[in-house]
Design a protein around this ligand. Structure first.
Ligand code: AKG
Length: 386
């Protein structure tokens, strides 16, 4: 792969020789894993076995060239529109042009703010306290804003281009192979790591409900797709510890080494070109450093679960409120899959649309139109967190 560049003369690596070595070693190891390539199916339509085996072994896989330039251009246009409609600051509902901002009518706040180059998650209770360690924070340029938006959740209500990525037939077929044909949604988000500003995401594993279950396996807490708008490099990209998805719940503090700060040994960066889509087990230990690089990283992030991991689970949502995921709850939340398939089919009529088995006789109910868009307002209040 050519990969997104990392300018060693000005980027963070050279400021800290240990970090420079860590980045170089991680890059080398990442490229040796061999877990990348186009999405390939057998003549019978199943995902090629070597891809499944590699994903099973490493806990992540990079599908290359999934989105073409035209699709990336649409995503970028939506992103710019979204960024132009952000509120002036975290307390505001008005954008810089005086219009209602994108969060103006949202019941649940979709925007996550942080100080530039800071660590907003480490050591906090967010996500049930899964971010155990503090990441290195950096002093931004003196002209940097006080705070930035680094994460937008419920992103499919704000971007039709992202909704169409969610309905991508090959990606949904991969989801079926990994989680079964009745797979269910998790959540959707945009991670925005602007150069010299983007916040870190402290090392963590994502599952919360099933760690102690006797039948826990590497598929239990689902996976994420991470589609890359601009590609990503070792500084701005997500890092993972290969195969750590098979270790059960780990003590992340104990993986850190004295004198190495947040540089967990053995980790590798997910290196992508624009249009590549990484698939990562939610159980893998993963995190990202503040974006001190000169390149942006924008990830269109969305995940899926196995139905058996979710059905009738009593848990707490991201805001720590009790919740039960019964059939009706799951069906309603899954409507986004139906809308996404139909929205994609309208834009790309030459593609064979994915058939989502739970809706196979019912796709007409998920017509993508203005009413459907209206119905997606606050859809993320029913995200399925396990
Ligand atoms: O993309 C990132 O930097 C963080 C992603 C992440 O932590 C997640 O999707 O769980």
């Amino acid at each position: 792969m050519d990969g997104q560049s990392r300018n060693e003369a000005i980027d963070y690596g050279t400021l800290d020789p240990k970090m420079q070595t860590y980045l170089e070693e991680g890059e080398k190891k990442a490229l040796q894993l061999g877990n990348r390539g186009p999405i390939r199916f057998t003549a019978e339509g199943t995902l090629e076995n070597d891809i499944i085996e590699s994903y099973q072994e490493n806990g992540f896989y990079i599908f290359e060239n999934v989105l073409d330039q035209a699709e990336l251009t649409d995503i970028e246009a939506d992103l710019k529109n979204l960024q132009g409609r952000l509120p002036r600051d975290r307390t505001s509902k008005i954008d810089r042009s005086g219009r209602p901002a994108i969060n103006a009518n949202c019941k649940s706040e979709p925007l996550y703010w942080a100080k530039p180059l800071s660590d907003p998650f480490g050591g906090t209770k967010l996500g049930n306290g899964r971010h155990q360690i503090n990441m290195t924070e950096h002093v931004p340029d003196e002209n940097a804003p006080e705070e930035i938006v680094y994460l937008i959740v419920g992103s499919l209500q704000f971007s039709e281009a992202c909704l169409r990525v969610y309905g991508h037939p090959k990606l949904l077929k991969v989801a079926e192979q990994i989680n079964g044909e009745d797979f269910v949604p998790f959540n959707e988000a945009l991670f925005i790591k602007e150069p010299g500003l983007g916040a870190s995401v402290s090392w963590h594993q994502d599952g919360q409900t099933h760690w102690k279950k006797p039948d826990l396996d590497e598929y239990t807490h689902g996976f994420n797709f991470m589609a890359q708008l601009y590609g990503c490099n070792a500084i701005n990209g997500l890092w993972v510890i290969p195969s750590s998805h098979k270790l059960g719940k780990v003590d992340i503090k104990s993986m850190c080494v004295e004198g190495e700060a947040d540089r967990i040994p053995g980790a590798v960066p997910i290196l992508c070109n624009p249009g590549d889509v990484a698939m990562t087990s939610r159980q893998i230990v993963h995190g990202s450093f503040a974006n001190t690089s000169s390149q942006p990283r924008v990830t269109v992030n969305f995940g899926f679960h196995k139905r058996s991991s979710v059905l009738n689970v009593e848990t707490k949502n991201f805001d720590n409120e009790p919740i039960i995921y019964d059939e009706e709850f799951i069906r309603k939340r899954s409507r986004v899959i139906g809308y996404a398939i139909n929205a994609r089919n309208e834009k790309f009529p030459g593609e064979t649309p994915y058939i989502y088995q739970p809706f196979k006789d019912d796709m007409g109910s998920y017509q993508w139109d203005a009413k459907a868009l209206e119905g997606l307002q606050d859809y993320n209040t029913t995200d399925i967190f396990i």
